[in-house]
Design a binder for this molecule. Structure first.
Ligand code: FDA
Length: 305
């Protein structure tokens, strides 16, 4: 049953027509638990509250599956607005964004143009930018974009997903860039031809890439809500005497907030991924797919209305 629900939400997350419809109707169905708001001022307030609790942030102006250059340029403008807000409000925040929102499905030229604009602004305000990783069909292209940008900018990183078979090879290949990587399990529905179908194998590969990246001396963001992976990382850094300056934990806004604060209390760097904007639909569906318990929460929200 859980698997059926998971697949259904992941299938729904890819619907372009529902994405467009959701954009029109505003934050609904309890999505506000995972999304800071639709406007930048709401996101800024949310970041200020998190920063006051010593939580760092990475802010994401939500957007995916953009298919016109005009929209991609507008998405880039919104990310630049977020960068300026980080700078002028003196927020402890980075920026995250998806390459399909910058025009990856249109052309590499459009993506590179938008990303150069964003990274120039980010450099000016001292903001680090992480390129989120999307579904398998875009993984190779996203890594290629990252490599090109990394040759020009040092304030850019990307994400590597433990569930893909190609991941260890990608990490070996990327090591020459000394990349700052966010390591995750992976959030999309992928075929067993390209991704481990069993959770245990994903977890084992996750541990393997955490170890690889840390022991290669690279900055590592371990992005997970899974206590087993957090404990594994803590043990690993202790065993190898790795400094707390070389890694951080990351979690999503609205998920395990009390655990986030515990890690801060234990003196670990903890970054919260804070999404905002009108394009909340796909992001919200993926969060529901991760945890069917969240569906009960949504249903309660609908009944209350
Ligand atoms: P797992 O799914 O095994 O969950 C472990 C435990 O965490 C659960 O038992 C539950 O207690 C809790 N939990 C997990 N998800 C929850 C939820 N939605 N609601 C409530 N509790 C939950 N993926 C991707 O493909 N590309 C990307 O760019 C990113 N970026 C990213 C950034 C950050 C900061 C995070 C934390 C995650 C991502 N992800 C991602 C998502 C990631 O791939 C993965 O889908 C989720 O983190 C869930 O996997 P966990 O590692 O948390 O473990």
């Amino acid at each position: 049953m859980e698997q059926v629900m998971r697949n259904t939400f992941l299938y729904l997350s890819k619907s372009k027509s529902l994405t467009k419809m959701a954009r029109k109707y505003g934050l609904r169905f309890g999505a506000g638990r995972f999304v800071a708001g639709e406007r930048i001022d709401q996101a800024v307030k949310c970041i200020q509250e998190l920063n006051q609790k010593d939580l760092c942030v990475t802010i994401d102006y939500l957007g995916e599956f953009i298919d016109t250059e005009k929209e991609a340029n507008e998405m880039a403008d919104n990310s630049i607005e977020a960068i300026r807000a980080i700078g002028t409000e003196n927020l402890d925040s980075q920026l995250s964004l998806k390459m399909t929102s910058m025009g990856l499905d249109i052309s590499e030229e459009v993506v590179m143009k938008n990303m150069r604009r964003i990274l120039d602004a980010a450099k000016e305000y001292g903001v680090f930018v992480t390129i989120d990783m999307e579904d398998y069909s875009r993984c190779g292209k996203t890594i290629d974009v990252f490599k090109k940008l990394r040759e020009e900018f040092d304030n850019v990183g990307t994400v590597i997903q433990a569930y893909l078979y190609r991941t260890v090879k990608d990490m070996e290949d990327l090591n020459q860039y000394s990349p700052n990587l966010r390591l995750v399990k992976g959030a999309y529905k992928e075929s067993p031809e390209v991704a481990f179908p069993e959770k245990k194998d994903v977890d084992d590969n996750f541990k393997k890439i955490i170890e690889m990246h840390l022991l290669n001396g690279n900055y590592t963001a371990v992005a997970t809500h899974d206590d087993a992976m957090i404990e594994y990382t803590k043990e690993l850094v202790k065993k190898h005497g790795i400094s707390k300056d070389q890694f951080e934990f990351q979690m999503l806004y609205g998920i395990r907030p009390e655990r986030q604060l515990e890690l801060v209390k234990e003196d670990y760097k903890m970054r919260v991924y804070v999404p905002y904007g009108t394009d909340w639909y796909g992001y919200f569906m993926r969060r529901l797919a991760e945890r069917p318990a969240n569906v009960a929460f949504v249903l309660k929200g609908i009944i209350k209305k």
